[in-house]
Design a protein around this ligand. Structure first.
Ligand SMILES: [Zn+2]
Length: 244
């Protein structure tokens, strides 16, 4: 079966001694897939550039019984500026590793792809604090995958002014209710930002601002929630923290 779909390359794996490249791609129509790329190790091949990590490309795929084969790849955006700085490159690689885990395999993934493309666009543009982009990407990917935090009201008494968030339970708690639950304090503006990210329509999820210290606090709480829910770490996240 022949399929043409747009995709972001989220993992690239070159096996020594073979002429094909193996990639993981976040595709619009087939979600996360693993594929081999014909002739990608030939540097003159167009497929070589268009199937590098972080490349957004139009792929022509053949679906075999066990795997996909990329027959042709046309680059649409190589996100060159993201690669110019180590911190933006490291964060982009973390977003790719997250998408590989959280985006749906083998089913349409329009929203996850749009989220990643927007995140990479803002990383390239350099106009927004990195912790803010990180929090939006983490929380929206989690929401899409079914891990939506309940931040509308306190889980104990329904008060709207909860000042605490439990990463393990994924709920908001107020001063009276957080008791012995392990919870992270939230300032009103960080809570407002979390609510915006979780509940805003997709087109508006990046449309807010926070001063740098609060963007860092938002990034911290989003990351704690993500790590608690997924119960695992990410090498690319550790690398990002080691350089920032
Ligand atoms: Zn309460």
């Amino acid at each position: 079966m022949k399929i043409t779909t747009d995709a972001l390359i989220i993992r690239e794996n070159n096996n020594i001694g073979e002429s094909d490249r193996f990639v993981t791609a976040l595709t619009r129509d087939c979600g996360v897939i693993r594929a081999s790329v014909r002739g990608a190790r030939n540097l003159k091949s167009r497929n070589s550039t268009a199937t590098q990590l972080l490349c957004y490309s139009r792929l022509t795929l053949y679906k075999g019984r066990e795997k996909y084969i990329v027959d042709d790849a046309e680059p649409l955006n190589v996100f060159f500026k993201v690669r110019e700085n180590l911190d933006t490159l490291a964060l982009a690689q973390y977003f790719c590793e997250l998408a590989a885990v959280l985006a749906p395999p083998e089913e349409p993934a329009e929203e996850a792809l749009r989220l990643l493309l927007n995140s990479l666009h803002y990383l390239a543009e350099g106009s927004r604090p990195l912790p803010l982009l990180k929090a939006v990407t983490e929380l929206r990917l989690l929401c899409q995958a079914g891990y939506m935090p309940a931040v509308a009201a306190c889980a104990g008494c329904n008060a709207e002014n909860g000042g605490w968030f439990s990463p393990v339970q994924g709920v908001l708690l107020c001063d009276n209710c957080h008791g012995t639950v392990s919870a992270v304090p939230l300032s009103p503006s960080v809570l407002a930002a979390m609510r915006h990210i979780v509940y805003a329509p997709f087109e508006r999820c990046f449309a807010f601002s926070l001063p740098e210290p609060e963007a860092l606090a938002l990034g911290d709480v989003a990351e704690r929630f993500l790590l608690a829910q997924l119960g695992r770490g990410f090498n690319t996240l550790e690398f990002y923290h080691s350089i920032t």
